[in-house]
Design a protein around this ligand. Structure first.
Ligand SMILES: Cc1cc2nc3c(=O)[nH]c(=O)nc-3n(C[C@H](O)[C@H](O)[C@H](O)COP(=O)(O)OP(=O)(O)OC[C@H]3O[C@@H](n4cnc5c(N)ncnc54)[C@H](O)[C@@H]3O)c2cc1C
Length: 388
């Protein structure tokens, strides 16, 4: 029967496709079906991401995930080449920089200590050293910053396409239809029902549906604390170019900015109501982002906004981190969502980890169990101090 498989993945974004690719690359011989409802990925979070890749985290697990993934991204073009054509992802290792006020500095001391324990070459910068990185920076109200030169930003859509193409090459089958419900009985999952009523069966169903993931889980009575949270990004141009390309820079206010080609992009995580809202507002840039940009770099005073977009974080309201692995509520049900705005920098490591878990029953390369589903019931949350 062609409607049976060994593994069904719901969601063919960067996470679902990384898992599919890693499984097959690691020798999985089962049949994988990936269901994706948005064939052109118009509303998926991956292509709407800012593409920041950083190791500047404050928990062991997030540092480990990013550190592993960064190595993968460095070699992605060759490793994922197809027919000799490199899988270009435009990874610019121009650094990542958190700017800090006087009162923020002691916290950064603690962060850098943990990062160094994991081999991350992060550096605490003093006020004047910031000007070596961004000569035009207004440092009047800053005391220093936390910088990692190895980090940077990439093109999320190309990463996703690299995983999709290679997953397909290795045998994953993508079906561009919407999963309406996950089928299960009292004990275990059985497969999925599509919105056209057809059913597909597999003993393992992996929910990688991102911002839509918790709805599907809730329908089977296994709610997880994840909501869709709209986030806006804006592209703008300036008349007087900066002397150097920017690292992905986070202002103390939370406004972030970086180069995008010769242009710039900026974003800010404001207090928004959860929901599936894809509208972006020029007024949000003008009123909330632009004043911060203009204060920080005088070249930004003349910012000409060119376009904007809004995408969804799959936002974990309990501890703002991914939820990974087997769901204890139902045999055969696995999840990988809740990334809360840092899924791009975790996709390679998550793909590897779930490949190991599904193939061998345990994590091998990295222990991803701190991000297990059970942590909510056990009150063993992963509290990350550096969420953007
Ligand atoms: C504005 C913005 C900025 C961001 N910036 C960064 C950043 O700088 N760095 C970083 O690391 N991360 C960033 N992120 C987060 C990152 O983009 C996500 O964590 C990551 O893309 C999640 O990938 P995913 O595959 O889980 O989700 P998605 O790309 O959304 O893929 C999930 C897929 O599931 C499909 N789907 C959903 N329901 C169903 C269904 N019922 N049936 C079939 N298919 C279904 C959807 O169509 C979708 O394609 C940002 C996100 C946004 C929105």
């Amino acid at each position: 029967m062609n409607n049976t498989a060994d593994l069904i993945i719901i969601g063919g974004g960067v996470i679902g496709s990384s898992v599919a690719y890693n499984l097959l690359h690691d020798g999985y011989t089962g049949k994988i079906l990936v269901f994706e409802k948005d064939k052109i990925y118009e509303f998926s979070s991956t292509p709407r991401s800012a593409g920041g890749i950083r190791q500047l985290y404050t928990t062991d697990i997030n540092i480990q995930l990013s550190r592993f993934s960064l190595q993968v991204y460095k070699h992605f073009p060759e490793a994922m080449a197809l027919d000799g054509e490199p899988a270009k992802i435009d990874f610019k290792q121009r650094g990542y920089l958190f700017l800090a006020t006087e009162e923020m500095m002691p916290r950064l001391d603690r962060h850098v200590e943990l990062q160094h324990k994991h081999g991350v070459p992060s550096q605490l910068l003093q006020k004047r050293e910031l000007l070596d990185i961004i000569p035009e920076l207004n440092i009047d109200d800053l005391a220093g910053g936390l910088y990692c030169a190895e980090d940077g930003y990439l093109d999320p859509y190309s990463v996703m396409q690299g995983y999709i193409r290679n997953a397909k090459r290795l045998g994953a089958e993508y079906i561009y239809q919407e999963v309406e419900a996950i089928l299960c009985d009292q004990e275990e999952v059985k497969g999925v029902r599509l919105s056209d009523g057809s059913e597909y069966y597999a003993p393992i169903v992996l929910n990688c549906a991102g911002a839509w993931g918790s709805d599907l889980s809730e329908k089977m009575g296994l709610a997880l604390p994840v909501v869709p949270l709209p986030r806006q990004v804006f592209q703008f141009d300036i008349e007087e170019p900066l002397k150097q390309y920017l690292p992905l820079t986070i202002d103390p206010t939370g406004v972030y900015f970086r180069h995008e080609g010769e242009k710039l992009i900026a974003g800010y995580s404001d207090d928004r109501e959860p929901g599936f809202d894809f509208n972006w507002k020029r007024s949000f840039f003008v009123e909330q982002i632009w004043p911060v940009l203009a204060h920080r770099i005088s070249n930004f005073e003349q910012a000409k906004i060119e376009r904007g977009w809004s995408g969804l974080y799959d936002f974990n309201t309990a501890d703002h981190n991914a939820i990974l692995g087997k769901h204890p509520g139902k045999k055969g049900y696995y999840v990988a969502f809740g990334f809360s705005g840092h899924g791009m920098q975790q996709a390679p490591a998550v793909g590897k980890g779930l490949s190991e878990l599904i193939r061998t029953g345990k994590y091998q390369t990295l222990d991803l169990s701190p991000l297990r589903v059970e942590r909510f019931a056990e009150n063993d949350l992963v509290i990350e101090d550096a969420i953007v």
